[in-house]
Write a protein that binds this ligand. Sequence first.
Ligand code: SF4
Ligand code: SF4
Length: 259
Amino acid sequence: MEYADFAFIHCIDENADFDRVMNGPVWEYALRRRGEGTIRHLGFSTHNVEIARSFLATGEMDLGMFSLNPMYDYTDESEYGRGEASDRMALYREFESHGVGIAVMKPFAGGQLLDAAKSPFGRALTRYQCIQYALDRPGVLTVLPGVRNVDDLRTLLGFFDAPKVERDHSELAEMAPESRIASCVYCNHCQPCPVGIRIGLVNKYYDLALVDDKLAVEHYHNLEHHASECVGCGHCDTRCPFGVAQSERMRQIAEHFGE
Ligand code: SF4
Ligand code: SF4
């Protein structure tokens, strides 16, 4: 029998399709093959927040392909971007706490975010901003933009050498509705911290710890610098375009983790 590292259950966007898969031969086949060792990992793809949750609830998944970008997170402009920003962010944390990685689909919203005339924000983001935005969400392992030709590929590969300033997506603070922005979006625009605290990462681990992600707690304790080292200089407060009172949050984080 042929071996596959990954088997995917693709394009499940409706509850009826999910039920059909779970109660039919596909699911039984996938579990059996994995039990036999001829499939190593199971994955799924969906655009739907609730379907993603249903897949996570099976406890059998290793990877989920999910459409993720600022437009889907912060606006209702697409049928793919269902769900409030805070709920979508909660979903990304659930991926991470279940140990299921996210492979991001549609990081540029089908190109809409790259074109000011088509973007619901009325201005364009760059490819590198969109990729960094996706990579900064909890649970995200990789981003899979569409590639039309070699030039597209070269441009995308330039991400790895792009300076931080070209990947900084904090201008979203001026674009997304205030009510839909989560408290800290881990953008790291407020860096550098004089004592070396990795502010975005510390906040990400804290938010994950609040939903009982034990691995995130471990990662936090393994960091070189912790929230308790914050000297309250206020540099991050003045730099944060999202209005996060970060020095105050550092105190909460230090209290939560005990360091
Ligand atoms: S207030 Fe604390 S976390 Fe923020 S930059 Fe200063 S030392 Fe770093
Ligand atoms: S405090 Fe603000 S600038 Fe710093 S990572 Fe969070 S959202 Fe970004």
